[in-house]
Design a protein around this ligand. Sequence first.
Ligand code: HEC
Length: 103
Amino acid sequence: MIRRLAATAPLLALAALLAGQPASAEPRGSSVEECGACHGIDGIARDTEVPHLAGQNERYLFNQMLAFRSGKRQHKEMRYMARAMSVQEIAALAAYYASLPPR
Ligand code: HEC
């Protein structure tokens, strides 16, 4: 858990996500907790079918989520997850996972 101590920035981002974004008019359907079920709260997936997100390029993560949302990148589960997300949530999630230490 030494890593945890060094991870203040991501924890703040996580706190912001969990606290929600009342400024957004779009429906809230996604939180890091939900993503964590597959990708890990720490961005390290436990399943070999699921990609790690920790330390990935922020812009890449952002673009992939938009692509899932629009259906340009096809994947049943990610489409479902991305559908409920606002652009603000996508940006927050991309920043959060990009800030985590990669494995
Ligand atoms: C039910 C499991 C599941 C959940 C829940 C889930 N994902 Fe995913 N995610 C996947 C799988 C599987 C892939 C790989 C998709 C593919 O093969 O194209 C993926 C891919 C991604 C990618 C692209 C990664 C890459 O390397 O290209 C991003 C970004 C992502 N997920 C973000 C999220 C976020 C953010 C959440 C929470 C809102 C989330 N996912 C919730 C299973 C899940």
